[in-house]
Design a protein around this ligand. Structure first.
Ligand SMILES: Cc1cc2nc3c(=O)[nH]c(=O)nc-3n(C[C@H](O)[C@H](O)[C@H](O)COP(=O)(O)OP(=O)(O)OC[C@H]3O[C@@H](n4cnc5c(N)ncnc54)[C@H](O)[C@@H]3O)c2cc1C
Length: 459
C-alpha cells in the first residue's frame, strides 16, 4: 500500500521535473519530487550553467589576449583553473540555493533517493512506495559512449569530468562536433590548449543550417582549432602522457585528454518503465503532444522524450504538464519554435526550419532566403565579430527560419523567436525601430531586405 499520496509525483528534479513541480505547487496541487542527486539536474550542476560560466571565462581570456586590437595594453598570463572553477562553482551554488529556497517556499516535498516506477501511479524509493494521481517521468539523460571507449575520468572523459578539470590540458581531442563538443573545444582553445575535433558527419553542429555549420567551422579553423569532419573513431589506447586515437582513415591522433561528446542517451533503464509497460523507442519514452505516455496518469518530460535535448524545452514541458493536470487547457508546445543556441565563439543561434527542411516542407520554389552579413552592422563591427543573419520565408508568406552566427547573437534569438512564433511577415517586421547601435538592427536590416526595401545593403 502507498504511504503517501500527492496530486503530482515527479521522478527527477532537473529542468523538466522542477519546473513542473514549481508550477503545479503554484496551482495548489500537492507535489513531490523524487531526486537521487541535486534538484536542478544536469542543466544547473553539469550542463548549461557551469559550461556557460566556462565560456564566459573563455571570452574574458580572449578579450585579454586580443586587447591590443582595441588599443588596450593588457597582458594575458594564462588561466588559473582553480580561480575559474571557483567562479563557476559560485554561480552554480548561488542558483542552487535560490532554487532550493523556491522549492521549499512553494511547499514541494523533495524525496531523496532513487525512484522506480512500480505501478501506473506509483513510485518506490527504497522500501517506501508513494502514490499520486499523476506521475511525471523526468529522469533526464546521460553521456553516450562508443564501443571501444572506456571513460576513466582522467584521460578519457565526459563533459561531467571536463567541468571539474583542475588544469588546462596542453592538447585535447574532442570526439563529437555537436553542441557540447564544440562548446568545450571553444573554451579550451581560448584557454590555450591545442584542440582537435573529430566528427563522423560531414559538418559540425549538424542540427543547424548548413551555412551556420560552415561558418562555425571556418571561424574555429581561424582560431587554430583543427576540425576533422567525415572522420570516424576506431579505437583509443593510453600513451605515456595521454591517449592515442586511431581514426577510420588510419591516422593516429595523440592528445593529453580525450573528451567523448557523442550525444546523450535517455536515462530510462532500470527505472521500472519497461516493466510497467511504458511505450518506448530506442530507450526514449514516447508521448503525445500533451506529454502523455501510453499509461493512464503517467506523463514524461525533458531529455527522455524524443526531440531537442534542451533545458528550456524541459521547462516548457514541465509547466505545460502542471497546467494541463490543473485543467488550464494550455496550448501544446510548438517544437519547431524552440530556440537553439550554441555558445561558442562565435555563437550560433536559430529558430524554426533550416533551409533543407524548409525546401522539403514547401518545395524548391516555395521559399525565399536572404543572408545579411554582420559586416554592415555597426555593433558587430565595434565588437569585431563576423557572421550573418539568414532568413527563410515562405514565398510571399511568413518567416519560417532564422539563423544567426556571430559573437553574442544568442541574445538575439528571443526576438527571432517572437517573429517566428507570431508568424511574422518580413513586411511586418521591417518597420520595427531597433535601437542603434545594436545587433538587433541586423535582424531589422535582414527583414527590410527580404521585404524588398534594403537600407544598408545593395538591392
Ligand atoms: C555539458 C552540457 C551543456 C548543456 N548546455 C545546455 C544549454 O546551454 N542550454 C540548454 O538548453 N540545454 C543545455 N544542456 C541540456 C540540458 O542540461 C538538458 O536538456 C536538461 O537538463 C534536461 O532536463 P531533464 O529534466 O530532462 O533532465 P536532467 O536535468 O538530467 O534531470 C534529471 C534528474 O533526474 C534525476 N534522476 C534520474 N533518475 C532518477 C531516479 N531513478 N530517481 C531519482 N532521481 C533520478 C537526476 O539526478 C537528475 O537530477 C546541456 C547539457 C550538457 C550535458
Amino acid at each position: 500500500m502507498a504511504d503517501t499520496d500527492y496530486d503530482v509525483l515527479i521522478l527527477g528534479g532537473g529542468s523538466g521535473g522542477y519546473a513542473c513541480a514549481l508550477r503545479a505547487a503554484q496551482l495548489d496541487l500537492s507535489v513531490a519530487v523524487v531526486e537521487e542527486s541535486k534538484v536542478g539536474g544536469t542543466c544547473l550542476h553539469q550542463g548549461c550553467i557551469p559550461t556557460k560560466a566556462l565560456l564566459h571565462a573563455a571570452e574574458v581570456a580572449d578579450s585579454a589576449r586580443d586587447s591590443e586590437v582595441f588599443g588596450v595594453r593588457a597582458t594575458f598570463e594564462g588561466v588559473d583553473m582553480a580561480g575559474v572553477n571557483a567562479y563557476k562553482d559560485g554561480v552554480v551554488k548561488r542558483l542552487f540555493n535560490g532554487l532550493t529556497g523556491l522549492v521549499r517556499s512553494r511547499g514541494v516535498t523533495v524525496i531523496e533517493g532513487r525512484g522506480r516506477l512500480t505501478g501506473p501511479r506509483q513510485v518506490a524509493v527504497g522500501d517506501t512506495t508513494y502514490s499520486a494521481r499523476h506521475v511525471v517521468l523526468a529522469s533526464g539523460s546521460y553521456p553516450r559512449m562508443l564501443p571501444g571507449l572506456e571513460v576513466d575520468g582522467e584521460r578519457v572523459i565526459t563533459s561531467e569530468h571536463a567541468l571539474r578539470l583542475d588544469r588546462v590540458p596542453a592538447s585535447v581531442a574532442v570526439l563529437g562536433g555537436g553542441v557540447i563538443g564544440c562548446e568545450f573545444a571553444s573554451v579550451w582553445r581560448s584557454f590555450g590548449a591545442d584542440v582537435t575535433i573529430v566528427e563522423a558527419l560531414p559538418r559540425l553542429i549538424a542540427g543547424e543550417d548548413e551555412a551556420s555549420s560552415k561558418a562555425l567551422q571556418r571561424a574555429f579553423t581561424k582560431r587554430g582549432i583543427t576540425v576533422r569532419t567525415d572522420t570516424s573513431f576506431e579505437s583509443v589506447k593510453h600513451t605515456e602522457d595521454g591517449v592515442a586515437l586511431t581514426l577510420a582513415d588510419g591516422s593516429v591522433l595523440e592528445a593529453e585528454v580525450l573528451l567523448v561528446a557523442v550525444g546523450r542517451g535517455p536515462r530510462t533503464e532500470g527505472l521500472g518503465y519497461d516493466e510497467q509497460g511504458v511505450a518506448m523507442e530506442r530507450g526514449f519514452v514516447l508521448t503525445d503532444e500533451r506529454c502523455r505516455t501510453n499509461l493512464d496518469g503517467v506523463r514524461a518530460v525533458g531529455d527522455i522524450v524524443p526531440g531537442l535535448q534542451l533545458a528550456h524545452r524541459g521547462f516548457a514541458q514541465g509547466i505545460f504538464v502542471a497546467e494541463d493536470i490543473a485543467g488550464l487547457d494550455p496550448r501544446p508546445i510548438d517544437e519547431v519554435g524552440i530556440p537553439r543556441v550554441t555558445y561558442t565563439a562565435p555563437e550560433v543561434a536559430s529558430v524554426g526550419l533550416d533551409e533543407t527542411a524548409a525546401r522539403a516542407a514547401y518545395g524548391e520554389d516555395g521559399i525565399e532566403t536572404l543572408t545579411y552579413d554582420l559586416g554592415g552592422n555597426g555593433k558587430s563591427q565595434i565588437l569585431k565579430t563576423q557572421g550573418f543573419v539568414k532568413l527563410i520565408r515562405r514565398t510571399d508568406g511568413p518567416v519560417v527560419g532564422i539563423h544567426l552566427v556571430g559573437d553574442r547573437v544568442g541574445e538575439l534569438v528571443g526576438q527571432a523567436q517572437l517573429i517566428h512564433g507570431w508568424e511574422g511577415y518580413p513586411e511586418d517586421v521591417a518597420p520595427l525601430v531597433h535601437a542603434h547601435p545594436t545587433q538587433h538592427e541586423a535582424l531589422g536590416e535582414a527583414h527590410l531586405a527580404l521585404a524588398g526595401k534594403p537600407l544598408h545593403t545593395h538591392s
